[in-house]
Design a protein around this ligand. Structure first.
Ligand code: K1U
Ligand code: ZN
Length: 169
């Protein structure tokens, strides 16, 4: 297992649209294991392949209280959404230290392959629904800051660039 570097906003690679995974093989299982290790190390509850500069449709998450239920979704597709949406406070491992409100569907059903290549449908609500929608946005190159006003996004970009300059100095 290995820790992978997480891309930070405003890195343009975060806006890449991921392609479908062609085969669920050892390369993909190793990537999923490495992403889970990276997610736990960063104290996140989800991580998309885009965030570790791999542009294939794969995400991992674990929203359990004990952090002992790792999940892998390959080629996920939303097949149902609730009519209702809620405003939730969100953060992102690629935009560290920033939290703001984003409207998401209250519940979604997602069809995906698991790490063995088996098809499954997940019925998600609560934190899991928010997490899956956030991660699936990453796979089409969208960050939660893109739901915010241009003014807020500009301030966040300036702050991130300053932090990155300070980290390099
Ligand atoms: O994709 C990421 O950057 C990870 C991100 C995903 C996310 C999950 C749920 C809501 C918004 C975003 C996070 O892991 S955010 C930080 C987090 O660890 C957390 C969020 C909610 C409850 C508990 C922890
Ligand atoms: Zn994120």
């Amino acid at each position: 297992m290995a820790l992978l570097p997480i891309l930070c906003y405003p890195d343009p690679r975060l806006h890449t649209i991921a392609r479908p995974v062609q085969a669920v093989d050892e390369r993909i299982r190793t990537l999923a294991d490495d992403m889970l290790e990276t997610m736990y190390d960063a104290q996140g509850v989800g991580l998309a392949a885009t965030q570790v500069d791999v542009h294939e449709r794969l995400l991992v998450f674990d929203v359990s209280e004990e952090h002992d239920q790792p999940q892998v979704l390959i080629n996920p597709e939303i097949v149902w959404t609730s009519e209702e949406k809620h405003l939730n406070s969100e953060g992102c491992l690629s935009v560290p230290g920033i939290y703001d409100g984003v409207e998401r569907f209250v519940a979604v059903h997602v069809r995906a392959l698991d790490a063995r290549g088996a098809s499954r449908v997940i019925e998600a609500d609560g934190l899991l629904a928010v997490c899956i929608q956030h991660e699936m946005d990453h796979l089409v190159g969208k960050l939660f800051v893109q739901y915010l006003s241009p003014l807020k996004r500009g301030r966040i970009k300036t702050r991130m660039l300053k932090l990155q300059r300070e980290a390099r100095a």
